[in-house]
Design a protein around this ligand. Structure first.
Ligand SMILES: [Zn+2]
Length: 257
């Protein structure tokens, strides 16, 4: 066993029948796909740190957002123990941002501290009208999902926060003002868990028109451009948040042979 950090992606459900142009700005309108919602377990020095908790249960997703398919075993209450993570013993959860499909299972972690960027928390309380659904601030029927863990939140502020040896939180605004990725130093290079700064790997790889493609859902395109530049400077490998290709490997880094 080595002491190098590893990363395990887990699918916590599928957003059904989504238009691909929802993630690829001004591209591939009319093409449909099911988008996985991926959470990550970072194992470093024997400690297991969670990155996001995935969407809320299918009934709530359907009522407030969109149809969600959660196959048997995709519930984090089941999938985490299967890889040796006891939710009761998780003490640290990185909140990439507070959209409903990233913080929907915070209640499973009563003993965790949830790390959130100051700009994200400020935005989540009174988002613009086009994002108040994602933050659940528009329903008036119930408190937003992220309220569940408000008392457990710790504020992170700034461009880069060295969390533990080999894991750094990187502010990547654009999709939302306080989006935060995690740069993990693995034995095969720095892996950036980019959350919705890179929902599909196509966002990162770009096309003939652009080196990178922002998400269609964004609060600031100039921030998107700056965040892509930041990822370029830091990362050797980029892990996308809603892309089946992230799930091709059960663990990162991918080692040869
Ligand atoms: Zn999002």
């Amino acid at each position: 066993m080595s002491d190098w950090p590893t990363i395990r992606p887990l699918c916590a459900g599928y957003l059904m029948d989504q238009d691909v142009s929802n993630v690829l700005y001004q591209r591939r309108a009319g093409e449909k796909a099911d988008f996985p919602c991926i959470i990550f377990v970072i194992e470093v020095g024997g400690r297991k740190i969670l990155f996001d908790t995935g969407p809320s249960h299918p009934e709530r997703a359907e009522a407030f957002h969109m149809p969600l398919r959660r196959d048997a075993g995709m519930d984090p209450a089941l999938s985490l123990p299967r890889i040796g993570v006891d939710p009761d013993r998780v003490d640290l959860v990185i909140m990439s941002h507070l959209h409903w499909d990233h913080c929907g299972n915070n209640h499973l972690f009563p003993n965790a501290t949830f790390l959130v960027q100051k700009a994200e928390l400020q935005h989540a309380i009174a988002p613009n009208v086009w994002q108040n659904t994602q933050y659940e601030t528009a329903t008036r029927k119930t408190a937003p999902l992220w309220f569940d863990s408000f008392k457990q939140m710790e504020i992170i502020e700034g461009d880069r926060h060295d969390l533990v040896t080999g894991v750094h939180l990187i502010h990547l605004p654009g999709h939302t003002p306080g989006l935060m990725g995690a740069a993990v130093e693995t034995r095969k290079g720095v892996h950036m868990i980019a959350s919705d700064a890179v929902p599909w790997i196509d966002n990162w790889e770009g096309d003939a028109r652009a080196k990178h493609i922002p998400s269609t859902i964004h609060t600031n395109l100039d921030d998107c451009a700056r965040s892509f530049k930041k990822i370029e400077e830091i990362a050797d490998v980029v892990l996308a948040s809603h892309d089946n290709r992230t799930l091709r490997h059960g663990v990162y880094p991918v080692l040869d042979g």
